[in-house]
Design a protein. Structure first.
Length: 235
């Protein structure tokens, strides 16, 4: 019998039941890895272009060498591995709130796990990204040249209500304290560019940009798009 569907892991979490599954997509003849949290599809290995562009566009806006980069939301690992492809990246810290997600990569369950955990620049940290951004840091102790965030569906549609404050002026000011001068905050969103959120971003960062990232949707045969916001801390 041909197995079309395999549940690789299942864990109840405070945000809903988390499942990782691998299935054969017969129309494309490929294995697809999918993550579901509660009733929502968090991520599919069929759609990774914009997740990788989050790293490419974010890092392209950073000047300098020996960059310290923070990724919020590990997921299937595509943003993190795309960041490691930039030779200027000296350290890559990836934060995920769910221990199971980190464990999947440590067990090499996912297509990019080996490149991610085998790279000496990578640290995987189990923590709440939003809590970390709110925490006090001493003035001048900013640690990151880039913060790349892909946790929520969009600035308006969060996985958990406790994430909402990040997308306000106060939340972005708190995040900006973690960036060195000239450091970049980049954010993935499933929604089209949101003018209201751009206004909020521009209260904290001069001239933020919303990039529309279009990609081939191999399932529908059409084109889909996500948004990547890129905002640079004043140098
Ligand atoms: C859409 S996935 C990230 C996908 C990733 N960009 C990639 O390329 O595979 C979102 C991730 O955010 C994590 N997450 C959810 N809440 C979080 C929080 N409060 N802090 C950090 N990570 C969180 C989830 O466990 C999930 O792994």
């Amino acid at each position: 019998m041909i197995m079309r569907f395999e549940e690789l892991d299942y864990q109840p979490t405070a945000m809903g039941d988390l499942t990782l599954r691998r299935r054969r997509e017969p129309t494309l003849d490929v294995d697809v890895f999918e993550v579901k949290l509660g009733d929502e599809f968090l991520m599919s290995s069929l759609f990774t272009v914009a997740e990788e562009e989050l790293a490419h566009l974010g890092l392209a806006a950073v000047a300098g060498e020996r960059l310290d980069v923070l990724v919020g939301g590990l997921g299937l690992g595509y943003t993190a591995v795309a960041a490691l492809a930039d030779p200027r990246v000296s350290t890559l810290t990836v934060i995920d709130a769910l221990p199971a997600v980190i464990d999947w990569h440590r067990r090499h369950l996912l297509p990019v796990s080996e490149s991610l955990v085998g790279d000496p620049r990578t640290s995987l940290v189990c923590d709440d990204f939003f809590g970390l951004m709110r925490r006090d840091i001493a003035p001048g102790a900013a640690r990151y040249d880039a913060i790349l965030l892909d946790v929520d569906h969009s600035p308006r549609h969060q996985l958990d209500p406790s994430h909402a404050d990040l997308y306000t002026v106060e939340g972005l000011l708190a995040l900006a304290r973690h960036l060195r001068e000239g450091g970049v905050f980049a954010l993935w969103s499933d929604d089209p560019p949101d003018d209201e959120f751009l206004v909020t971003l521009s209260s904290v960062f001069p001239a933020p940009v919303a990039h529309v990232v279009a990609f081939d949707n191999r399932l529908t045969g059409g084109t889909s798009s996500n948004t990547v916001y890129v905002a640079r801390h004043a140098a």
